[in-house]
Write a protein that binds this ligand. Sequence first.
Ligand code: PLP
Length: 390
Amino acid sequence: MKTIRSTADLAIFGASPAFVEPLHVGRPNLGDKEALLRYTAEIYDRRWLTNNGPLVQELESRIAARLGVKHCVAMCNGTVALEIAVRALGLEGEVIIPSYTFIATAHALHWQAITPVFADVDPDTHNLDPDAVRRMITPRTSGIIGVHLWGRPAPTDALQQIADEHGLQLMFDAAHGFDCSHQGKKLGNFGRCEVLSFHATKVFNTFEGGAVVTNDDELAEAIRLMRNFGFAGYDNVIHPGTNGKMPEINAAMGLVNMDALGEFVCANDRCHSQYFAALAGVPGLTVLPYDRDNDPNYQYVVVEVGDDSAVSRDEILAALHAENILARKYFWPGCHGMQPYRDLFPHARLVLPNTIRVAERVIVLPTGPTLSEVAIDTVAAVINQRMAAA
Ligand SMILES: *Cc1c(COP(=O)(O)O)cnc(C)c1O
């Protein structure tokens, strides 16, 4: 395999982009196609397409066992799972969340007439800063949603302590953290419940999908009812609810991808290590590290462009895009800068200096099982070349 080791090797750039097919962030991880086709045939033969089918039940048991959590309630997507969890916890008034997260964390609240209140993040971890959370508590606050950003655990102990002191509910958006650990337990075991996303771009996907996981029997029961219009058997509606059900075909994809999860994570780990080594010496750039003790899924290769960088984040992005390397800003400019929150809270930015800094510095690079060693070398070479040209 030809490896790009120096700028001299970069003669291939310039006339045409380095990649004919663009390299994407969030390219889906796919397990065995034949296995999915076998499940599909089974679904046809059974004529059971949705409504808590056998494949959904099997997927729920496998996820619960894998995460060491009592209940897994599979859903049509992570956003509806968030909405249902928020309802099941009885959240109202104001709920504190980070602004540096995917917009669904905020929308799941606003959609239910709950006010998301944005607290600042720790610039090193990109996760909620507990002191910032404390500063945002008001008499209307009913809960906190921590986000395990990039799959790196949020400060669960500090947040639990704040929740306990103030009588607040605590739950987590674990959309990035599937199969990751914290304090010797899998994510999914913290707060009153945690929400997973199985969207196509996540490390583990069911095309679209999500789940609420919890160790609380009563909460799980309420969430199961709410997922299916509140039905407790034919003709008997005993609870408010919505349609959050996962179809069988999605569960089939989940079962197939579950078997391949080890390979996906292994490939992600390989990519992350290679990027880490290739960009280690570049002044002004930091590849965010993962802690091996926490079983990271390495789904996000996050590069931070520091103040000491000779080239701006956007200039590096432009150089990558010119070579068909579709690296991305992520969660920029923060939820507080997006609608309707920008108009609702025009002054939110004044208490979010770290969020703004981080959002302006981050680049997420392509990764995953389809990325070859040469591809990663090339991505790193494009970055190195752009930095050297400054
Ligand atoms: C992906 C994601 C969601 C939403 O999940 P969907 O399954 O796409 O609805 C929520 N929060 C975070 C942090 C996410 O990354």
